[in-house]
Design a protein around this ligand. Sequence first.
Ligand code: GLU
Length: 317
Amino acid sequence: MNRQTTPVTGPARRPAARARAGGRVLAAVLLLTALAAGCGKPGTPPPKGPQPSALPSYQVQDASAITGSPTLDAARSRGHLVVGAKEDQPYLGQKNPATGVYSGFDIEIAKMVGASLGFPPDRIQFKTIASANRETALQNGQVDYYVGTYTINDNRKKLVGFAGPYFIAGQSLLVRKNNTTIHGPEDLDGKKVCSAAGSTPYQRIQTKFPKARLIGYDTYSACVDNLITNQVDAVTTDNAILLGYAAKVPDELKVVGPLFSTEPYGIGVPKNDTVLRGAINDALEHHMRNGDWQRAFEATLGLSGEPAPTPPQIDRY
Ligand code: GLU
C-alpha cells in the first residue's frame, strides 16, 4: 500500500504533536496493513473480500481485426498490456501485498476489456498510478489504459481520451463512527478534511467549500489512516471508494450525507488513439450485454453493500 505520511498540502505539524501522533499512526498503520492483507481487525473474523472462485472469467477474443491503434500495436509487440490502476481501494482496485495480485471491480473491468483486445489475464500487467499522475502516465505511454475510479470530465479530455462510462459514483464523506456533527459538505467549515491531490473531490472542496481545512495526500488510504488516528475529521471522495473503507472497519467508520456530485467512471486512454477508445467502448458494451459486468460487480463492489445498478450508457463522443 502506498502510504505517504507527509501531506501534499496543508499545515505542517509541530514536532511534539508529531511524536504524540506517532503511536496513533503506528496503530493505524498496523490496522490498515492487516486490512490490506485481508486479515481484518485482530480478534474479529476476516472481512469478506473478492473470492477468486466467484469471479467470472472472460472469453479471450481474436482481436486481429482491430488495426490502427498505436497503443495496441505496441502492446502486441511487447507481448502484454500494461494497465494503470489503484492498489489501496477496497473492492475496486486493491493489491495483495503478499502476492502482488490486484483485485476489485476496476480490475475486473480491465480484464474483461483485455480479453476483448486479445489478452488473457496473465498477459495484463497492472501498475499503480496515483490520482494526480494519471494524465501524465497516459501521455508518456507508461500505461496502455487506466482503470481506477477515473472521472470523465472536459478538463481531463483535453489531455487524455475516455471510454465508458462503466459506472456512476458521487462524492460523499467518511467520518469516524462516533461523529455527530458532520452530515454533509456544508458542515465542513473549520474542519480538517482529507482527499487525494489531483482528484475531482479535492478540487470541489477547494472551490465550493473554501472554509474547510483541506489536506491532500497521494492516496485515500493515507487519508483514512489520518481519520482513524484523529488527525483529520473527514475523508472525502466518491461513495464507491468510501463504502469500501467503511465496510472493512464498520466499528470505526461510517459514510454520511447525500451524494454531492456525479462522477462517471471512464477508462483512460492516450488522447489520440481513437481506435483503442472505440474498441474499449465496444468491449464494455459487449460485457454489459452478456452479464459479465453484473457478475463482476456482484463479486467485488457488491460486497461493500451496494446492489448492482443498471450499467450506464456508453458515451461515444
Ligand atoms: N473519481 C474521482 C477522480 O477521478 C475521485 C477518485 C480518484 O481520485 O480516483 O478524481
